[in-house]
Design a protein around this ligand. Structure first.
Ligand SMILES: [Zn+2]
Length: 269
């Protein structure tokens, strides 16, 4: 990615809608704001390939990032996804420059970043936010552990339903621009397996899809096909962040389906 694509946050602009940036007190945010940069990522954009080195902290605003492990032969599988609830770049915050996995914008949208050396200095004056960031790191480790067990023990049908339901929640949208090839790389399976499973979902009336685009039309039934890892991930989030509401305005996009989907999460909080 060319560095010139990043734009500095304009003065007096509304604070980026990322949970951690919203938690900063006004003085600390004003200190950080001159160093924040914003970029709008298109769907499927590869933010970082394996081997790149972290020197920024990234805060998703309206995009959802997908972090994949990648082997030397190019095989990949998703480790975790990061939305506006979290951030990426914890190792850079410690001063240790670790290589990336593969980072893709699985749902396009805005992303904010700040150089890690600057963030480390300013955020030390915001211990509550640092504590939340530490919690998010530990939460992400739990999700990665869950992902490993899920890949080993649950069927592709269950895993794809889990992935689609989870991504719909994180992106706040029941429409996703994603190809079968991309889904195969995220789930660590062959594209043919994805195509076959997607066809089953379509025949069952759970979603409709065209090339590179899908639309969930029955979120409740899709969700019922997912393995228990979907609820486990949600429950883990609520244990780490009990005061945070997981409701979202999905109903703006699709009333009956969205209302049902939203209620499942609202019940938890
Ligand atoms: Zn699972």
């Amino acid at each position: 990615m060319h560095a010139d694509n990043w734009l500095p946050l304009k003065k007096n602009i509304v604070r980026p809608d990322n949970r951690l940036l919203r938690l900063l007190d006004e003085n600390t945010f004003q200190e950080l704001a001159p160093y924040l940069e914003i970029l709008t990522l298109p769907n499927g954009h590869v933010l970082a390939a394996s081997g790149g080195v972290q020197d920024h902290l990234y805060f998703p605003v309206s995009c959802v990032l997908n972090i994949q492990g990648e082997l030397a032969d190019g095989s990949t599988a998703e480790l975790t996804a990061i939305s506006r609830n979290g951030f990426l770049g914890a190792s850079a915050l410690t001063g240790v420059r670790m290589p990336w996995g593969r980072v893709t914008a699985v749902h396009g949208g805005q992303l904010a970043r700040v150089r890690s050396s600057i963030a480390a200095t300013i955020l030390r004056r915001a211990p509550k936010v640092l504590d939340e960031m530490l919690r998010y790191v530990v939460f992400s480790m739990h999700l990665m552990s869950l992902s490993l067990i899920c890949q080993r023990h649950h069927s592709l049908d269950q895993r794809l339903a889990r992935w689609l339901s989870g991504m719909m929640f994180l992106s706040r949208d029941h429409r996703l621009d994603v190809t079968h090839d991309q889904l195969g790389r995220y789930l660590g399976v062959r594209r043919e397996g994805i195509s076959e499973t997607m066809k089953g979902f379509e025949v069952a009336g759970l979603l409709v899809s065209t090339r590179g685009h899908l639309e969930v039309v029955d979120a409740a039934r899709l969700r019922a096909r997912a393995c228990g890892c979907l609820d486990e991930g949600r429950d883990t989030f609520m244990r780490f962040f009990p005061s945070h509401s997981l409701t979202h305005p999905l109903s703006q996009h699709a009333a009956p389906m969205g209302v049902r989907y939203e209620r499942r999460y609202a019940d938890v909080g």
